[in-house]
Design a protein around this ligand. Structure first.
Ligand code: SF4
Length: 493
């Protein structure tokens, strides 16, 4: 396994650069194909920044893929949603693509894969999830690849498949045909070619009785080749991850990479990739006066819970204020309105003097008007789910993860009118039980917005950011009102 080290004697290097392998960089032609079994560690010099961003790009795609697969979408909808998402976040084009930068795409793909291997080799649970997600991503790419390129890629792999001769095929014809009920025509059988592989390599085909087995070999028709390829991919990856796990203690000595690797694994366990957020049109112009109405109609559970607690107690602890404050900024509450909002919410529990001295500064700070003047972004689901775990007195966090099942159900009944014993509640609680919190949140969005199951926020997108939940909810309201010929009440921008 590779050992990261600071790069020396490379002219353009900085102190933050990382070398992923001791050997010299590969010559051109490192990526002859779009598909990759990731058999060889990269021979590249990369910066720490690339180390992290390539891993995050891939993590986002794997998390998205996981969430799609837990939502039981029809195969075509699944493939379309994944294709759209990967095109945006981790494009990987065929050799025939004219405008793509193939070298760059494949390089980023490879770096991301190898960095995530480090993160996900730490425990059997992480290894299993990583293998499942990576295999599903490979399958998606394999099925959508250019046929000629795919065949050339397979020829280059040293897979232990033996081509069945015509004589053997003729001798076994009745038995082979019996395993191909989908192909009843003589011509189809004649055109089919078969591979012999050790039977242990295709457990899925044996379990579904789709191959003939004799003398320790399974006879696999070409049309089921994908099972062989996927099995080979996942078996190799499993072995490689175990090998990585054995060498991992050496990595822990590296203080620069350790936190990055730990953070990636924590994000994956929480089930969501880093959800980027860019405010949309519908997020513009909310006044302090409007917050109550917007909260009731459009807030996701994490924010509605905070808002209700603030209304009830006239107080929120630090992380709660931060989570809600940045969210409100994201939905379009300007600084002056935020000051009005928070002053009103604290009410008589706080003097003007205390508010001005202690709280106003923090509000201005979060809007980038004090201190470092940084433009702080609203927290994503991943940040809310994984960072600053709430204690018993806190109200920040994600109700799907941090409430007990009983409290969560009561909250959903009370605030979102979900029937406690209905199928929707069952869907939501099943996802929570499986730790797929954002899948539960996506289902809640569908149920409360009259959206077809599987559609999510639109085009099968899962909830990955509270502000996206609210933006989409407001968009849908706008569309509904527009269809009725009415206007949404908006504040002056
Ligand atoms: S999944 Fe995300 S948006 Fe939904 S409640 Fe949890 S943190 Fe909020």
């Amino acid at each position: 396994m590779f050992k990261p080290s600071t790069r020396h004697n490379v002219p353009a290097a900085t102190a933050h650069d990382v070398k992923l392998h001791k050997r010299a960089s590969a010559a051109s032609g490192r990526y002859p194909f779009r598909l990759n079994f990731y058999d060889r560690p990269p021979l590249l010099d990369i910066t720490l920044d690339e180390f992290e961003t390539c891993a995050l790009e891939r993590l986002r795609v794997l998390s998205y893929l996981e969430s799609l697969s837990h939502r039981n979408l029809p195969a075509a909808q699944f493939a379309t949603a994944l294709a759209t998402y990967t095109k945006e976040h981790l494009p990987l084009s065929s050799n025939t693509a004219r405008l793509a930068n193939l070298e760059d795409e494949r390089r980023r793909d490879e770096i991301g894969h190898w960095v995530l291997r480090l993160s996900f080799s730490r425990s059997p649970e992480l290894r299993a999830r990583f293998v499942r997600a990576e295999t599903a991503l490979f399958k998606h790419r394999f099925e959508s690849d250019d046929a000629g390129e795919r065949a050339a890629f397979l020829r280059g792999l040293s897979l232990d498949w033996v081509v069945v001769t015509d004589d053997e095929k003729a001798a076994l014809a009745p038995k082979l045909r019996a395993c191909m009920p989908w192909s009843t025509k003589d011509d189809a059988f004649r055109a089919e070619s078969f591979f012999k592989v050790p039977w242990s390599g295709v457990p899925d085909l044996i379990a579904t009785r789709r191959v003939y087995v004799s003398a320790g070999y399974a006879y696999v028709p070409q049309s089921l080749q994908i099972s062989l390829v996927l099995q080979a991919f996942s078996t190799r990856l499993e072995r490689a991850l175990e090998h990585t796990a054995r060498n991992l203690p050496r990595m822990d000595e590296d203080e620069r990479l350790g936190p990055v690797i730990d953070h990636l694994a924590a994000s994956f366990l929480a089930g969501v990739g880093a959800g980027d957020y860019a405010p949309t049109e519908s997020g513009a112009a909310v006044t302090a006066e409007m917050v109550d109405d917007v909260a009731r109609k459009h807030f996701p559970p994490c924010m509605l819970n905070l808002y209700d607690r603030l209304k009830r107690d006239h107080h929120l602890k630090h992380f709660g204020r931060l989570q809600l404050g940045l969210f409100l900024k994201g939905i379009g509450l300007p600084l002056d309105e935020a000051i009005v909002f928070w002053r009103r919410m604290y009410g008589a529990t706080m003097s003007d003097d205390k508010f001005n001295k202690e709280y106003k500064y923090n509000i201005r700070h979060s809007y980038g008007q004090e201190g470092r003047r940084a433009n702080y972004s609203p927290k994503s689901c991943q940040q809310i789910l994984t960072a600053n775990q709430p204690g018993t007195q806190d109200s920040h966090g994600c109700p799907f993860r941090h409430f007990s099942p009983e409290n969560l159900q009561s909250f959903l009944v009370d605030k979102y009118r979900i029937d406690r014993s209905g199928p929707e509640m069952r869907d939501i609680m099943d996802s929570v039980k499986a730790s797929h919190y954002h899948v539960a949140c996506t289902r809640l969005f569908e149920v409360t917005h009259g959206v077809k199951k599987g559609e999510g926020l639109g085009n099968a997108e899962s909830v990955s950011h509270p502000n996206k939940y609210t933006d989409r909810s407001r968009e849908l309201e706008k569309e509904t009102l527009a269809a009725k010929g009415e206007d949404v009440v908006m504040a002056e921008a």
